[in-house]
Ligand binder design. Structure first.
Ligand SMILES: *[C@@H]1O[C@H](CO)[C@@H](O)[C@H](O)[C@H]1NC(C)=O
Ligand SMILES: *[C@@H]1O[C@H](CO)[C@@H](O)[C@H](O)[C@H]1NC(C)=O
Ligand SMILES: *[C@@H]1O[C@H](CO)[C@@H](O)[C@H](O)[C@H]1NC(C)=O
Ligand SMILES: *[C@@H]1O[C@H](CO)[C@@H](O)[C@H](O)[C@H]1NC(C)=O
Length: 380
């Protein structure tokens, strides 16, 4: 069975690779001007920067690439991930001097004192059914122009990528071994993009929300989405013989499989957003609560620190960014109205989660690891 052989080889090649533990960061979206009239004025950039250092979070994603925020991270060791808004893509694609101008405003005045480590050109450009315009034809030309402009400035340590969302990019999460990129964007947009990422040593960035997949599939047990290890809390991928103990790994392996099908399994995978809301959702979102949100975050951090990777890739995902640093009161966007923050709006901690520190291999993860080993041996 060719696919079995393919995945056995894939599995082995993944298993033998080695790497550091994934870094765990957080997203901070500066509130929209409309939201600043509420009871809580937005914290100053310096406050955001020191809060993130105090939480021992080593990287931050700034979707709005606000220069005052970038500046506030100078001389901290916080890695900074910047994003460029979709409406800028057509201009950036057609005119490299505009790419240079963007870098003159957002990178050059601050780098390397502010440790900018990644730039995402656009966000979820394939989600255009919900947006006004399809920016995907401009994506790769804009990324190329940003890349060339960085080279022109002699900066070669900031990779250029873009961010996708799982649901508009990947065909299925189960079984992960049957996942592919959705067509026609897979061949038209993603295939040449993966080539670019490989050539420039960049990463593939995607938003992974087990919360959303759980809400779409009522048969998924909540514990499976929340990293709870109950004895029978697993799903088997019968093609690869791999057993999954949580939904996050299943979604990550679906992305890795889709990349492998296109011949690019070695590009690092970065989860640009993940999280669980503690409330504020539409009526009926009973799983948006603080208890579940804390379980998800604790489970995620424990899983990432355990160093077991995902079942298909020993070094798993390279970086993960939790969405999001703070709750935002009544944002204009419907999603923002949910409470996704790890901090309340008054900046008090909502959960007791340690984001960095020594990894602890707990008993249950030892068993998890043995289970994977057993399946590996059982395969052959
Ligand atoms: C940043 O990291 C360097 C090297 O690890 C360390 O010497 C320095 O004290 C750190 N700076 C801050 C502000 O944490
Ligand atoms: C590119 O952008 C620069 C700077 O804004 C502008 O001067 C120039 O005319 C633009 N070129 C084209 C072809 O649009
Ligand atoms: C990519 O990384 C490899 C190995 O570290 C290096 O040899 C190569 O020059 C890098 N390529 C680019 C375009 O940075
Ligand atoms: C901060 O906000 C949270 C949630 O709204 C509330 O429970 C807590 O008492 C507040 N703390 C302070 C110091 O205002």
């Amino acid at each position: 069975m060719p696919s079995f052989l393919f995945f056995s080889l894939l599995f082995l090649s993944f298993f033998h690779s080695t790497s550091a533990l994934p870094s765990i960061g957080v997203t901070y979206s500066s509130p929209s001007p409309a939201a600043t009239t509420t009871n809580h004025p937005p914290p100053s950039p310096d406050k955001i920067s020191t809060t993130i250092s105090t939480l021992k979070i080593t990287s931050v994603r700034l979707p709005n690439a606000d220069p005052s925020l970038i500046k506030a991270f100078a001389f901290t060791n916080t890695s900074i991930f910047l994003s460029i808004a979709n409406p800028l893509l057509p201009a950036l694609a057609s005119n490299r001097s505009l790419a240079l101008r963007w870098l003159y405003r957002h990178v050059l005045p601050f780098y390397p004192r502010s440790k900018i480590t990644l730039i995402s050109v656009g966000n979820a450009v394939l989600d255009y059914s919900t947006a006004q315009e399809d920016f995907s034809p401009f994506l790769l030309p804009a990324m190329r122009n940003l890349y060339l402009a960085l080279q022109e400035l002699g900066i070669n340590k900031i990779p250029i990528s873009t961010t996708f969302s799982f649901f508009s990019t990947i065909t299925t999460a189960f079984p992960p071994s049957s996942a592919e990129f959705q067509q026609p964007a897979g061949d038209l947009i993603i295939k040449p993009l993966l080539q670019f990422l490989e050539q420039t040593n960049s990463s593939f960035l995607i938003n992974i929300y087990p919360y959303n997949l759980f809400r779409l599939n009522s048969e998924i047990p909540i514990g499976f989405a929340l990293f709870q290890d109950y004895p029978f809390n697993f799903r088997d991928d019968l093609v690869t013989g791999v057993r999954y103990f949580n939904l996050f790994d299943m979604m990550a392996d679906a992305v890795l499989t889709a990349m492998a099908v296109m011949g690019h399994e070695n590009i690092p995978l970065v989860v640009a957003e993940t999280g669980w809301p503690s409330g504020g959702g539409e009526a009926g979102e009973v799983e948006a609560n603080g208890v579940y949100a804390e379980m998800y975050l604790k489970g995620l951090v424990r899983h990432l620190k355990s160093g077991v990777g995902t079942p298909l890739k020993k070094d798993g995902v390279a970086q993960v960014y939790v969405y999001e640093l703070m709750d935002h009161e009544g944002g204009d966007h419907r999603e923002r109205a949910r409470q996704w923050g790890i901090l309340s709006e008054n900046m008090t901690r909502k959960y007791n989660v340690e984001f960095s520190g020594a990894p602890k291999i707990s008993g249950s993860f030892g068993i998890y690891f043995l289970g994977v080993m057993w399946l590996l041996l059982g395969c052959f």
